[in-house]
Design a protein around this ligand. Structure first.
Ligand SMILES: Nc1ncnc2c1ncn2[C@@H]1O[C@H](COP(=O)(O)OP(=O)(O)OP(=O)(O)O)[C@@H](O)[C@H]1O
Length: 240
């Protein structure tokens, strides 16, 4: 699975005339967790949206398993095994937990055997809440539902935008364990958070965006030795 990768190379991304990403490169292999951090507005969400086909690249290229994709759509990326869990989680408020999960079966990749019960096995709390409406869920339950729903699409790569944001510490540790078990099945994860506090438990590679550019990148050993540079790039984020 090592040759199975999702990569963005030297990407420029614009919103109208405003350039949000300047030559950003980022890649993830199956079974690997890459943490992406940076201050508010650094370009983290833009990077995930570009990697899931939701925003076009003005320059640079997306590659799946080494192969360049020209103007990929979100549907192409879904078919290629990329699942994106946005920061707002996009839970349908007036559908039940079970219905929110069942909807994902519509866009499930061919050959996937993942179903609603697998999402319940990954997150037993969701099984207890199966008849609750989306709008009645706690923040942690919504995040479990968003990840469980993404897993039904049988992703090879899971892009998570600030999944731990606003969650209580005991919920965060439960999510860390769930993400660990997802990764153990061979899924590659890009984990966006404002800092590396929680991602350090999961990731083996770390990237910091600074005003739309890669400001720093390194492995765990580099993260531990390059503390001054890392904390200056992350200063101003919550609880660095
Ligand atoms: N829809 C949009 N239209 C115009 N500019 C945008 C839009 N979305 C983001 N931007 C701008 O692009 C830049 C990168 O934003 P992005 O949301 O990717 O940052 P981020 O690192 O995810 O921040 P946060 O931690 O606040 O989620 C910012 O300058 C932001 O103002």
């Amino acid at each position: 699975m090592e040759h199975e990768t999702l990569a963005m190379e030297a990407a420029d991304v614009f919103y109208g005339a405003a350039q949000a990403l300047h030559g950003v490169s980022l890649s993830v292999a199956r079974g690997e967790v890459v943490a992406l951090a940076g201050r508010n507005g650094a370009g983290k969400s833009t990077t995930l949206k570009a990697m899931s086909g939701l925003l076009p690249l003005s320059a640079g290229v997306l590659r799946l398993d080494g192969k360049a994709l020209s103007t990929p759509t979100p549907e192409d990326m879904n078919r290629g095994g990329i699942a994106y869990v946005p920061e707002d989680r996009q839970i349908f408020p007036t559908l039940t937990v079970e219905e929110n999960l069942a909807i994902a079966k519509v866009v499930r990749r061919g050959g996937s055997t993942w179903g609603v019960d697998d999402a319940f096995a990954l997150f037993p709390r969701l099984a207890e809440r199966r008849r609750a409406l989306g709008q009645a869920l706690s923040g942690g339950e919504k995040q479990m539902l968003a990840i469980g729903r993404a897993m039904i699409c049988a992703p090879r790569f899971l892009l998570l935008d600030e999944p731990m944001e606003g969650l209580a510490p005991n919920i965060v540790s439960g999510l860390v364990e769930s993400i660990r078990s997802i990764v153990a099945t061979g899924v590659g994860v890009i984990l966006v958070e404002q800092n590396f506090r929680v991602p350090a438990e999961l990731a083996s590679r770390f990237v910091i965006l600074d005003s739309g550019r890669v400001g720093w990148a390194g492995d765990k050993a580099a993260l531990e030795t390059d503390t001054a540079r890392v904390s200056s790039l992350l200063s101003g984020t919550a609880a660095t």
